[in-house]
Write a protein that binds this ligand. Sequence first.
Ligand code: NAD
Ligand code: AKB
Length: 318
Amino acid sequence: MDTTNQKVLIIGAAGQIGIELALSLSAMYGSQNIIISDLKPIPSLPENPFEKLDILDKNALFDIIKKHQIKQVYLLAALLSATGEQNPAFAWKLNMDGLFNVLDLAKEKHINKVYWPSSIAVFGPTTPRINTPQHTIMEPSTVYGISKQAGEGWCNWYFNKHGVDVRSLRYPGLIGWKSAPGGGTTDYAVHIFYEALKNSKYECFLSENTTLPMMHMEDAIRATLELMHAPAEKIKTRTSYNLSGLSFSPKEIAAEIKKHIPDFQITYKPDFRQPIADSWPASIEDSTARTEWGWKEHYDLNLLVENMLKNLTNLVSK
Ligand code: NAD
Ligand code: AKB
């Protein structure tokens, strides 16, 4: 895909994914072409043009799209699974109305292409937990999961009815060192590294054998960019793609960390996030993404832990 003069808007750019996506897109398109927006300024991305934007304000979104002649939008603003359960009405409003505001502007041809992430949260307790297939029972138990499932349906509808080029991935829990997570059930798998380096101990809010699908942030960003730059005819799935990296439990990641920090200790105190985790798959079957546009992960548990500890060692002071 030709990246010259393509202006891109990231909505929710201050978040865990937004910061890393902005860095990667800036390397491809040039910082001046990647417009970053959020409710709050983003000091760690000083070279990108910034717009303060509440995604629920459709007129403000339209003005920014016209002002910068935006062609592509990456919509990342959302409430995640844990914060969503604490504020269900607002989670539904933000996650759905935000998506409609972007899809409607794409329908009206103000933008050419949209990226919107879904999640493993679309699955629920009645879904087969091991190697969860692309097409299966989907009865999510969280507001977040319900909003993602509905969002997938709407993306498919806007594609079929209005030709909107919207693309989506069902991310697993994402783990990176450049940005902090914001309100998810899988966040423990990032916090554990900070606490291991700082205090050699961590109290986990999930129980020891809670296996969940996870992915290194570098793999997730690469998947996102590969999906968005694939020829449209290869993207046959317009709901959202299953995407697999690796799967592990708190006990397994703790054992891997212990190989590098021998005195590291983990304890378990499951809280309200445990039933959310229990309702999600343990592993994901993603042959559709592999076949349709060539997805393949890079990081396994060993590499992920080594990479996180290496990069965080200098950032986290004891
Ligand atoms: P995050 O919570 O770290 O970031 C979300 C950003 O959106 C924040 O910077 C927040 O300030 C911003 N925001 C909130 N309300 C807004 C509004 N009204 N207008 C504009 N901006 C607003 O989330 P994230 O982890 O970066 O997730 C981004 C997307 O990816 C979400 O849709 C999430 O559901 C999805 N996802 C994330 C993960 C993960 O593990 N991080 C996994 C699956 C799916
Ligand atoms: C969360 O835990 O809410 C997210 C997700 C898997 O969607 N990380």
